[in-house]
Design a protein around this ligand. Structure first.
Ligand code: FEO
Ligand code: CA
Ligand code: CA
Length: 530
């Protein structure tokens, strides 16, 4: 592990100061007794540093003082079944607890790097390359246990399951998309969500790289879009991708949730409305795209319901179905859902700056949305938006919104992407400056991508503390607290993605000098959390 971590050069908060900071910003009603038994008696400091790490451009996983990390799993780890292994470019992480010290864990595998994954550095795109790549996207369903104060993979040949680009996955409710009721695989799995009934949601985001895309009514896929060229060997319609996939761990099965619409799904965050029905908030991660909400018809199911898109000028959720006059040119509601992005613009939904992750505050119910950036509009740093539903009611079709954090040099945060709350109400944020932009031009001051903690209440609300920094070219993704709340799991995604060959590597993380870079999931321990 000596090459994986680098805490030696971290200035900023001491363990005690960090403990004070989190306590000062905490939502007291949610605080775990163990946390306040160690922190609450302290006299809070009157001023706090904005950052615990200064931004750097190194090739380690740098951590703030007092933090520690260990590798939980990495690309290629065997998963018990012959030929099944942990996929590439781990992203979203989630848990569904099964009792005190056991859980299902889900990890998305968003994308492939052809050089590292299939050895296709020259982009020859043979079928043999693509077959390997198809086994490395999708997601991993893992059974995990806590043993000796550490989370580990459970043993057993039938304990884990991979869902990849070969897995046959039906559309929910028997829907037929382009004449088929079953899709070939899942891919581009970015962020996601969990449901109160014990399942996982995995979101298909940049699907156009694999089989391309086309607009409603078009016959041909857009030229140049399927840059991975899987369509050369597999005849899969683009409309089979861009959905939210629900994974049922108890049956090792999955389905694509048609009612949640099709676009570049970033995340799907589920809350329970006052009448028990599920409500899902979802971003469409592309420049000038929209924010969506789904209200389920039935408790415990996302198979049926109404999809809405947000109009921020009016503060209204606008339903997407053929009853809206702007949508009566669609042949039926299934076509509206299949081309939901086009439908949202037709009803006047608001174009946003790449809406990525969405999280709901555990106490106030306020909705926080990461808007990553919008270079086409001259906004390179993004922001975090706060939305309050009228009356705090997730079934309301009216809302108010305001900026919570503005990206930029003042906040120290650029391009916010993934979000998660701890049980104390602090917001944990990872950012995504694209690999080629890291350390250049308007991003020169921000260093590598990083993990931040931002209080949402109290005197320090909205201040971003930089507590971990990714290796070169990489992005920290999928932050998620373990079921016991004591450690934070984070994916290290695409280290060394700008490497031009195995002889010209830009990163050697995690194994150090001379070694190939490798995506991995890390378990991070935080001062005062365990
Ligand atoms: Fe896969 Fe929008 O990040
Ligand atoms: Ca993302
Ligand atoms: Ca999240």
């Amino acid at each position: 592990m000596k090459d994986v971590l680098d805490t030696s050069s971290a200035p900023g908060l001491s363990r005690r100061e960090f403990c004070q900071f989190l306590a000062q910003s905490a939502v007291l009603s949610l605080a775990a007794p163990s946390f306040f038994s160690s922190c609450a008696h302290r006299v809070f400091g009157s001023s706090l540093p904005l950052q615990t790490l200064d931004p750097r451009l190194g090739d380690g996983l740098r951590l703030a003082p007092g933090f520690s990390a260990r590798e939980f799993i990495r690309w290629g780890a065997p998963l018990g079944h012959p030929g099944e292994s942990f996929g590439y470019n781990n992203d979203f992480i989630a848990f569904q607890p099964i009792g005190e010290s056991e859980a299902w864990m889900w990890v998305n595998h968003e994308s492939v790097h052809p050089g590292f994954v299939s050895g296709d550095w020259q982009m020859e795109r043979k079928k043999s390359h693509i077959d390997i790549e198809m086994k490395n996207v999708g997601g991993s369903l893992l059974r995990v246990q806590k043993k000796d104060a550490q989370w580990v993979l459970a043993a057993g040949a039938k304990t884990h399951k991979r869902f990849d680009a070969f897995t046959k996955i039906p559309f929910s409710g028997g829907a037929k998309i382009k004449g088929a009721s079953v899709a070939l695989g899942t891919l581009a799995n970015c962020a996601g969500g969990t449901t109160p009934w014990g399942t996982f949601l995995s979101c298909e985001e940049n699907f156009e790289h694999f089989y391309g895309d086309r607009k409603r009514g078009e016959m041909k896929i857009s030229p140049g879009k399927p840059d991975l060229a899987w369509h050369r060997y597999y005849d899969a319609p683009p409309e089979h991708y861009g959905w939210v996939v629900e994974i049922m761990p108890d049956t090792f099965s999955a389905k694509k949730l048609v009612a949640l619409g099709r676009f570049s799904h970033e995340a799907a965050t589920v809350v329970t409305a006052r009448d028990g029905r599920p409500v899902v908030y979802m971003g469409d991660d592309a420049d000038n795209q929209c924010l969506y909400k789904f209200i389920g018809t039935r408790v415990g199911s996302l198979d049926e319901g109404t999809l809405f898109a947000a109009d921020f000028k009016k503060g209204e959720w606008v339903p997407l179905n053929r009853r809206h006059p702007a949508l009566n040119g669609f042949s039926d509601d299934l076509e509206v859902l299949t081309y939901a992005r086009q439908a949202a613009h037709l009803v006047g939904a608001t174009a946003l700056d790449r809406p990525e992750d969405v999280e709901v505050h555990p106490v106030s119910g306020a909705i926080f949305v990461a808007l990553t950036n919008n270079k086409s509009q001259g906004r390179p740093y993004g922001s975090i938006l706060r939305i309050d539903e009228r009356g705090g009611d997730h079934l309301s079709l009216h809302f108010e919104s305001r900026n919570f954090v503005m990206g930029g040099e003042e906040s120290g945060l650029a391009c916010p992407d993934n979000l998660c709350f701890d049980t104390r109400g602090n917001l944990w944020v990872t950012n995504d400056i694209s690999g080629k932009s890291i350390g250049t031009r308007e991003y020169a001051a921000f260093g590598n991508n990083a993990l931040f903690v931002v209080p949402t209440e109290g005197p320090h609300a909205g201040r971003a503390l930089r507590v971990a920094e990714a290796p070169r070219d990489a992005e920290l993704t999928g932050p998620c607290f373990a079921p016991d709340g004591q450690s934070l799991f984070v994916s290290v995604q695409h280290p060394g993605e700008l490497s031009m060959s195995a002889q010209a590597l830009t990163s050697h993380w995690p194994d150090g000098a001379g070694e190939l870079p490798c995506p991995a999931v890390m378990e991070i321990r935080i001062p005062s959390f365990s």
